[in-house]
Write a protein that binds this ligand. Structure first.
Ligand code: NAP
Length: 281
């Protein structure tokens, strides 16, 4: 598993992690087995959020990681409506309780919202001082918001920006990813498999991926993750609640595509012109 520097953090983090959105809708036992399999295979960056299943998913993750806490790079997110100074401290306590842990490795502001960033960031720093979070970052922040956040927090403080990034949605490559790189902020792609809209087998685009996958004896899903993490600032957090799928995704962790393969994927799934508004799920 390729481990990379995660923004300004000393800790190295696997290029492929595991998402947990909508896991409350999956078989609970299977989801827990899948999370544990992910950790065993080195996909230790586990991403969740207080709003996933209204707390249920954090509880599932808490149960899954009990006994593995030392290995896990645990990330959760605060809903922006809660992100006042006091609200941030409280939301963190609640997440810690549901996750059955005394610390988060990463606490993210889920999206920009309307609370003053100064307040949220002050609370993040307080939580860091208390050892309840080890780092904090952003999610769904566009270029202007990232620049503003860096102005407030200073350079070398913000760990990451977690944004929509997959083959159909490569817009971040135009400006957002380079801006994150310039500020030393890790770029984390969410919904990397298209959130259920994966190019189907038998379609010409699906066949492009399948051909490359066959050459490496991996699945098309692993090829996509390797493509999305071809730049050293990038990480991905695909979701799966199936242990067999997780094992397939883990193969992306040390899969290196040739320049020709990258170019083939780039032309089958073109970047397109820059969008005026940042895409969200
Ligand atoms: P995704 O990872 O793009 O796709 C997940 C889908 O792919 C699931 O239906 C999963 O089904 C399927 N899948 C996974 N591995 C597979 C495999 N090897 N073969 C076939 N199918 C496979 O979708 P996502 O959940 O939208 O995004 C990933 C994570 O990003 C989320 O879970 C969440 O943690 C995070 N996220 C963050 C935000 C944000 O605002 N910050 C927004 C959206 C998502 P199975 O479960 O059956 O394998």
């Amino acid at each position: 598993m390729d481990l990379r520097r995660f923004g300004p953090l000393e800790r190295r983090v696997p290029v492929v992690g595991l998402g947990t959105w909508q896991m409350e809708g999956n078989d609970r036992t299977a989801a827990i087995v899948a999370i544990r399999r992910a950790i065993e295979l080195g996909l230790v960056h586990i991403d969740t959020a207080e709003i996933y299943g209204r707390g249920i998913v954090e509880e599932i993750v808490g149960e899954a990681i009990a006994g593995y806490r030392g290995d896990v790079f645990l990330a959760s997110k605060i809903h922006p409506e809660h992100a006042t100074y006091a609200g941030t401290l409280l939301a963190c306590e609640k997440s810690l309780r549901r996750l059955r842990t005394d610390r988060l490795d990463l606490f993210l502001l889920h999206w920009r919202g309307t609370q003053p960033l100064e307040e949220t960031f002050r609370a993040f720093e307080e939580l860091k001082k208390e050892g309840k979070i080890l780092a904090w970052g952003l999610s769904n922040f566009d270029v202007a918001d990232v620049e503003r956040a860096v102005e407030i927090a200073g350079e070398g403080v913000i760990a990451c920006n977690q944004v929509l990034y997959n083959l159909a949605e490569r817009d971040a490559e135009h400006v957002l990813q380079p801006v994150c790189e310039r500020h030393g902020i890790a770029f984390v792609g969410y919904s990397p498999l298209g959130s259920g809209q994966f190019p189907s087998r038998g379609s010409w685009r699906g066949d492009v991926l399948a051909g490359i996958a066959a050459a490496h004896d991996v699945t098309a899903h692993a090829v996509v993750l390797a493509f999305l993490t071809r730049r050293p600032s990038a990480f991905v957090i695909p979701k799966s609640a199936r242990a067999d799928h997780v094992a397939e995704l883990a193969r992306a962790g040390d899969l290196v595509l040739s320049r020709a393969e990258v170019e083939t994927i780039e032309s089958a799934f073109p970047l397109g012109p820059p969008k005026s508004k940042m895409p969200y799920v």
